[in-house]
Design a protein around this ligand. Structure first.
Ligand code: ADP
Ligand code: MG
Length: 356
């Protein structure tokens, strides 16, 4: 593995009180992986990265890079580089000088510097802009210079802390694809920090979803989206509905929850018994709206449509259930799209048991 965190804890003392920035993290990141730390502001992402880079010493636990314990090794002796949101290019140096700076300081021979900087500028698609100053570049180009400057040192791993945060949405989306391409091309481990779920889902091989100093789920993007391990993950990634109920009985390996007079929710393979209170999450796009009671082995609940929002590709419905819960449903608009339900309609919502 490229990076291993073993029982890592970070506590700060602030105004006489102990702040647990990282409560306890165990992580293994494979060589060559595009790995993301995803979570809300303040959950401990930056602190975790700073401990990997060596700018911060863990209160407890071990950091290993490429199998070697580096917990007490200073940043400049670690084979990683970090790129920050504020890329801090040298304003008085041109693009070429900015990228060459680190190699010069390490006294790399001039011919090798020329070759490596040229190679790097080609990878980040800035060939021909060598003489520009940072202020003569767009935000996206500046970010690519920062990336080239970090990569030209050939670190075995690159840590990126919200590197696209300063860019507008369009540019950010273009840079996400660009970053993924660059990572594939240079073939090194990227650890990417973001609070933006779509960013993490787009680029990552695997994602660690963090909350309050801990990792809540570690899986590939599809699994995180389709099978969120906790209510926090379900709520943080995409839109999700949270339904609460009590298990009525267990039937053929499925817990059956009663909801309203004739509604029921099936939870397959759940380790539950009658009387257990459980929470079930289901994604808006997995739910079907119908006027007739759906047949077959599906979860089905009754509700009333209280809002329909036309969103082009799909409609978003807010449906209230008998117990007061509100469910969001996305339904794609067909070519001949007449909306399937309108405000005030009594409807059935149904979904396959494996979708909740
Ligand atoms: P994130 O990057 O996910 O937004 P951080 O790692 O920056 O989160 O911070 C995690 C928590 O630790 C926050 O509550 C933050 O206020 C606290 N924290 C971070 N650095 C320090 C510090 N140097 N001193 C005291 N508290 C800190
Ligand atoms: Mg941060």
């Amino acid at each position: 593995p490229a990076i291993e965190l073993d029982g890592v804890v970070k506590e700060y003392l602030a105004h006489g009180e102990v702040v647990q920035a990282v409560r306890e993290i165990d992580l293994t990141i494979a060589e060559g992986e595009f790995f993301s730390l995803l979570g809300p502001s303040g959950c401990g992402k930056t602190t975790t990265m700073r401990m990997v880079a060596g700018f911060e010493e863990p209160t407890r636990g071990t950091v290993r890079l490429h199998g070697q314990d580096v917990t007490d090794v200073p940043p400049d002796k670690r084979d990683v580089n970090m790129v920050f949101q504020s890329y801090a290019l040298f304003p008085h140096m041109d693009v070429w000088e900015n990228v060459a700076f680190g190699l010069r300081r390490k006294k790399v021979p001039a011919a090798e510097i020329t070759r490596r900087v040229g190679e790097m500028l080609e990878i980040v698609d800035l060939t021909g802009r060598e003489k520009r100053r940072p202020r003569e570049l767009s935000g996206g180009q500046q970010q690519r210079v920062a990336l080239a400057r970090a990569l030209v040192n050939r670190p075995r791993a690159l840590l990126l802390d919200e590197p696209l945060g300063a860019l507008d949405l369009k540019l950010r989306q273009a840079m996400q694809i660009e970053l993924k391409r660059i990572q594939r091309e240079v073939g090194i481990t990227f650890v990417y920090v973001t609070h933006d779920q779509s960013e993490a889902l787009t680029m990552s091989d695997r994602i660690a979803v963090m909350n309050d100093g801990r990792v809540e789920q570690l899986a590939d993007p599809r699994e995180i989206y389709e099978r969120p391990a906790t209510a926090f993950v379900a709520g943080f990634i995409g839109t999700s509905n949270l339904l609460r109920g009590t298990v009525d009985r267990v039937e053929a390996g499925s817990a059956v929850l009663r909801l309203g007079e004739d509604g029921r929710i099936l939870v397959a393979g759940a380790p539950h018994g009658a009387g257990d209170a459980i929470a079930v999450t289901v994604r808006p796009e997995k739910i079907t709206i119908s006027t007739e009671k759906p047949a077959g082995n599906v979860s089905a609940v009754r509700g009333t449509v209280c809002e329909v929002v036309y969103l082009g590709l799909y409609n978003s419905y807010a449906v209230s259930l008998a117990d007061g819960a509100e469910v969001t449903v996305f339904q794609q608009n067909a070519l001949d799209s007449a909306s399937t339900a309108e405000r005030g309609d009594a409807v059935w919502l149904s979904w396959q048991p494996h979708h909740s």
